[in-house]
Design a protein around this ligand. Sequence first.
Ligand SMILES: NC(=O)C1=CN([C@@H]2O[C@H](COP(=O)(O)OP(=O)(O)OC[C@H]3O[C@@H](n4cnc5c(N)ncnc54)[C@H](OP(=O)(O)O)[C@@H]3O)[C@@H](O)[C@H]2O)C=CC1
Ligand SMILES: CC(=O)N[C@@H](CCC(=O)OP(=O)(O)O)C(=O)O
Length: 313
Amino acid sequence: MGKPVIYIDGQEGTTGLQIDKRLGSRDDIELLRIREDKRKDLEERRRLINEADLVFLCLPDAAAAEAVSLIENPNTRVIDASTAHRTAPGWVYGFPELYKDPEQTIGTARFVANPGCHATGFLATVAPLIQMRILHPDYPLTCYSLTGYSGGGKKMIAQYEGEEKPEELYAPRTYGTTLKHKHLAEMQKISGLEAPPVFCPIVDDYEKGMATTVMLHNRYLKGQPTARELSLILAAYYAKQPVVRVAPYTQQPQFLASNVLAGSDGLEITVSGHERQSILTARFDNLGKGASGAAVQNMNLMLGFAPTAGLSL
Ligand SMILES: NC(=O)C1=CN([C@@H]2O[C@H](COP(=O)(O)OP(=O)(O)OC[C@H]3O[C@@H](n4cnc5c(N)ncnc54)[C@H](OP(=O)(O)O)[C@@H]3O)[C@@H](O)[C@H]2O)C=CC1
Ligand SMILES: CC(=O)N[C@@H](CCC(=O)OP(=O)(O)O)C(=O)O
């Protein structure tokens, strides 16, 4: 059998370029590239999509839905980086660490929806605790999430890196204040929460890196674990995972910088606090485990490659 043929629809965008970077030097796949002047040509995209064994969609939501409608080849498989299909029937949510058997769940799927970046940080801490019934699904969770500006794609990068940068872009900016952020649906559905969290994203003046935090009153958790015990519980949950790790509780940093894993495809959870209250923070790169790194991790599962092939950890 020949090498699997891969096509990145949206190859010139922020997520697409980062996937290309991770796949460019791999000799176990064949990468199709669209001609620059044909990037938005429907017929050329249709041709390449149907020539590929696996297509990454790195497009705005509407264009991702359109790309799926172009599929005629029953063997073409898809990893969609957009929000379009994350809670859609027939699509598997691409967060391998949350499944007992990711080789089966994601590995045999035809349509995989790559998680949103804020949702990734939220689910990394909350979903295991709900799975283990330590956190009750009706817990009234709140969450805040710091992100670098590359999370907003080419348009936001141009604003932050442009010559005429307005004064307000030098400070952290809270957004999503209507509490209707596009990641809320997947946060609720994949975690199993009865209601979405109150969620506050914050974008700041640095390129990439995220810190997504939830805060818990320990007395409302099953067994009333301390922060230290929560740290150990999550460490045991992720013990065999190469991409997600839990920082030792004994090494509490004074500051949690949100860009500490910029450039990495890993995700690190830090649990701080004491007997009665806990802060759970997931730090990662919005372009790594928050997008392109996760997409390549899913591709490895779908095509039977080593789990971390092409990733930097
Ligand atoms: N940036 C991030 O950290 C993350 C992004 N995502 C998601 O991934 C997807 C891509 O985001 P991102 O890379 O940031 O966005 P960008 O705006 O950086 O890139 C999108 C790319 O898609 C191209 N495009 C738009 N419409 C079409 C079309 N009809 N046909 C072909 N190409 C098209 C754009 O072309 P042009 O260059 O001409 O504008 C651009 O190159 C989005 O759905 C986003 O929400 C998910 C997780 C994190
Ligand atoms: C800074 C910024 O604007 N970030 C984006 C999230 C980027 C992302 O994860 O987009 P997807 O939902 O397509 O995955 C936002 O909050 O809308």
